[in-house]
Design a protein around this ligand. Structure first.
Ligand code: AHR
Length: 340
């Protein structure tokens, strides 16, 4: 809950008495401003800006957690490095923010820094990917996607699509493009694919490329795959790419080689996120399936903070409802309405 002015004054006094110099003085003046405006101070450690999804997520957080909504947001971009997230969280603790919001890059490695936040009495809200900690009292609540369900949506759709194409008995070769190793979205989208391969004897993953959720790395990985395995792409039936930006990188590399994707004849392309530009390419038939991953968590986090401020105890985990799109289910209106 938001700290009282009295408590903040005592904390500031102790800090000054300890002689913590310039940096602390700066943070104190920001706290003073928010005190004057009676704002809730929220420190948000964001993974980075690796994808269009992430950019939309940052925007949503900034819009929902703003002065107009009674919040002073301290936003930190970790540039895809966990060490930077540790630094940001420790800075937030030093600044005595009211809440810490963390979008963790991977699931592991959070026990120590979250224990420090707990020790400082600061509630932690986890958003998007999850944390794997020994003691789950180290965070207050989590909101995000059901990544395993997203993966199952993709593999169930694929099974049906292969049946519709009369390919359900044939050998099906899959090229798997993975997101950031150890991120919840990667772990569960990968698990869903691996489970489906075990269940379907005629499916096999012929190669795994690491794209770390970026277009540039997926492009490079696809280029290397093509040059190191001449002719292998001819045998690929499906590309399972764990986000849209990596899909764009893969498609660019394949296009340069004149390889056709989508439609009735081309490689089946499965992509996750369903950002506007992916929906457009799905509507045109180039991407076969867009599985939605909703990035608009700002209002959800704002509601959780409001609920905590009113003394309520939110659910430990809240999953967001999501859908999927194909050329058949899409329309110009749906694409037009997409804000990201
Ligand atoms: O954790 C969500 C994933 O992270 C999104 O699929 C991806 O685009 C983002 O970078």
């Amino acid at each position: 809950m938001k700290k009282s002015i009295f408590k903040r004054c005592i904390l500031r006094g102790i800090a000054l008495a300890l002689g913590l110099a310039l940096m602390l003085l700066c943070s104190c003046s920001s706290v003073t401003e928010s005190e004057e405006k009676d704002l809730i101070v929220v420190g948000f450690s964001q993974v980075g800006s690796e994808s269009s999804w992430r950019v939309a997520n940052s925007e949503s957080m900034k819009q929902a957690l703003c002065e107009k909504e009674g919040v002073e947001l301290i936003f930190d971009d970790a540039k895809q490095k966990q060490e930077n997230q540790y630094k940001a969280i420790r800075n937030f603790i030093q600044q005595q923010v009211d809440y810490i919001v963390l979008a963790p890059i991977t699931e592991t490695g959070w026990d120590d820094v979250l224990a420090e936040a707990k020790e400082a009495g600061i509630p932690v809200i986890i958003v998007d990917r999850q944390v794997d900690v020994e003691d789950d009292s180290l965070y207050t609540t989590w909101v995000g996607s059901d990544f395993l369900q997203e993966g199952k949506t993709a593999t169930q759709w694929l099974k049906q699509e292969l049946t519709d194409r009369g390919m359900n008995e044939e050998q099906v070769n899959i090229l798997h493009v993975r997101g950031t190793d150890g991120a919840t979205s990667q772990i569960f989208r990968t698990k869903a694919l691996q489970d489906a391969v075990k269940e379907n004897n005629n499916w096999s993953i012929v190669s795994v490329l690491d794209g770390e959720y970026t277009e540039a790395l997926a492009y490079e990985a696809t280029k290397s795959f093509l040059s190191n395995n001449p002719g292998a792409i001819e045998g690929i039936d499906v590309i399972y790419s764990e986000n849209d930006n990596m899909t764009f990188g893969v498609l660019r590399a394949l296009e340069e080689e004149g390889i056709k994707c989508g439609g009735e004849e081309g490689i089946i392309i499965i992509s996750f996120d369903a950002v506007k530009s992916a929906l457009e390419r799905c509507y045109d038939g180039e991407i076969s399936l867009c599985v939605e991953c909703n990035p608009l968590h700002g209002p959800r986090v704002a509601n959780l903070i409001r609920s905590l401020e009113s003394g309520n105890k939110p659910r430990k985990k809240s999953y967001v409802n999501e859908t999927y799109f194909t050329a058949e289910t899409l329309s110009e209106e749906i694409i037009e309405e997409r804000t990201y």
